[in-house]
Design a protein around this ligand. Structure first.
Ligand SMILES: [Zn+2]
Ligand SMILES: [Zn+2]
Length: 136
């Protein structure tokens, strides 16, 4: 849906369509009505990641996200500065766009990946911990 400031909360930095607010518990994020990329203010992505069922906000298909993944010269929807492409410090295969002052943008499917992968890491941590304790 074309961006209309009376209807949408933000203009999508990737595809320039309108974004609407989606909430999960007390966290409100903005999701694009077209490419379904998600904008997270500040560290909302990390806050949301820890909440049960929060992957439902990432309703877009990763396939749709990949189409847009190559488009990296995007501007922060809050301040208009060019955002930096950055890899997650613990999940190097996940790349997203970052504005140091305002937040991060993820393509459709990336938040689900971001969240799942962390659960996996968490389980690995538990297994490792158990082994550590039972080792002679
Ligand atoms: Zn978009
Ligand atoms: Zn900004």
């Amino acid at each position: 849906m074309d961006y209309d400031k009376t209807v949408h909360s933000l203009k999508c930095p990737k595809c320039s369509h309108g974004m609407t607010e989606i909430s999960h518990e007390d966290v409100v994020i903005d999701r694009c009505t077209h490419c379904e990329g998600i904008w997270f203010d500040d560290d909302e992505a990390h806050v949301l990641k820890l909440k049960a069922g929060s992957e439902t906000v990432d309703s877009g298909h990763a396939k749709e996200g990949w189409k847009w993944d190559s488009r990296t010269d995007i501007d922060c929807p809050r301040c208009g500065k060019l955002m930096e492409k950055s890899a997650d410090s613990s999940q190097k295969h996940i790349w997203y766009e970052v504005c140091e002052d305002h937040g991060i943008f993820m393509d459709a499917g990336e938040f689900t990946d971001f969240k799942e992968e962390n659960l996996l890491d968490w389980f690995r941590g538990i297994i490792k911990g158990r082994r550590g304790r039972t080792a002679p």
